[in-house]
Design a protein around this ligand. Structure first.
Ligand SMILES: [Mg+2]
Length: 117
């Protein structure tokens, strides 16, 4: 009986942890989309059928730069497939960034804006 109750509690905790984490990552993603649009760029949700681990967003900036951007929530980690995608991007000399917070999104925007001058 005790085991049954604690199992339910753990399941409920995991459920809310997943929802809150998911919301926070979505929040960072929405903020990233807004921040890129604010400087005149556009982002698109990136999915690649049959290929897991690709970045969450492709961002096209007004100066011609294209970035592959992974958004995470605080404490979020890259999966092995996401690490492979990051390595592919580095080897192909593409622009890749992984951002965990809104502050990092702001820093990213400042850096890419400065680099385009
Ligand atoms: Mg993500």
């Amino acid at each position: 009986m005790n085991f049954h109750v604690s199992t339910k509690i753990i399941v409920v905790q995991m459920f809310f942890t997943c929802i809150l984490r998911g919301m926070r990552e979505k929040e960072v993603e929405v903020y990233f989309d807004w921040a890129v649009q604010r400087i005149g760029g556009r982002t698109w949700k990136f999915t690649s059928p049959g290929r897991k681990g690709v970045a969450d967003r492709i961002a096209c900036l007004p100066d011609g730069q294209t970035w592959f951007v992974e958004l995470k929530t605080k404490g979020g980690r890259l999966s092995e497939l996401q690490k492979l995608f990051e390595m592919d991007m580095m080897l192909l000399r593409q622009n890749y960034a992984c951002l965990w917070t809104k502050e990092q999104v702001d820093a990213f925007i400042t850096t890419v804006s400065r680099d385009s001058r």
